[in-house]
Design a protein around this ligand. Sequence first.
Ligand code: AMP
Ligand code: ZN
Ligand code: FE
Ligand code: FE
Length: 277
Amino acid sequence: MRIDLHTHSLCSDGTDSPSELMELASAAGLDAVGLVDHDTVAGWTEAEAAAQRGVKLVRGMEVTAQYEGISVHILAYLFNPEHPQVIEHISSVRTSRKTRAQEIVDRIAADYPLTWNDVVEAAAPGATIGRPHIADALVNHGIVTHRSAAFDSILSSSSKYYVQQYAPDAIDVVKFIDDAGGKSVFAHPWALQRGRIVPDRAFGELAAAGLFGVEVDHRDNPRDTREKLAAIVDSCGLARFGSSDFHGTGKPNALGENTTSAEVYSALITGTYLEVR
Ligand code: AMP
Ligand code: ZN
Ligand code: FE
Ligand code: FE
């Protein structure tokens, strides 16, 4: 089985609609695909309707969180989207993402001809707003050539235009996803180029809070560190995941470039509030 549990659609910062994504998953020969848009479940219904031809859909959400002030992403799967803390998370992050993106745009606008409206136009209606949409607006203005160039310069976390995103504590996120009947996986924990990474003790602490697994095989975890990460993950009793983090044309990541084993997939989808479709 080919299983890729980390992809994004236009509902956040991917470039394909949820149904296009399901088509692409089928064309890529995947048996199961996870749709995990940032801080939203808005793409689930459309993806479910398009799920066919033998590709299983695993409904999820990539939660923006922090561990001792360090930005981390938690992949939450098959939870009850109506759980009060899930609803509270989605609405508070939604509001703060907009304010934060507007602040970044204000800073950039001091030096470049960029407006908030340009960013709004670069995102699909209702999408979770993030730096990728600011990147697209910069590309549309010819200020940078592509998204990655924007992340390497104006939008980098060390840039003078950068503003931090509000985020709940990762331990609390793992707990409320567990409460909501879901399972959580720590996404790309050793993505050094994104900024600071958590100390090793974080894995044990998150495991104690109910974390199910860790994304080891992900292009942002440097290849020569993955076996060391896998050993830590194993020693904490956590499952090893591998995923593409596909964003359509917004990133070079190809569907299925990293995958999760059938054993881990089967354990993930057992006993959760929602079933795969
Ligand atoms: P934000 O959540 O607004 O801070 O933006 C982070 C998002 O930007 C993440 O979802 C990443 O997938 C995406 N991202 C990070 N680096 C890059 C890059 N070099 N090119 C395109 N997208 C990126
Ligand atoms: Zn993203
Ligand atoms: Fe992420
Ligand atoms: Fe992602």
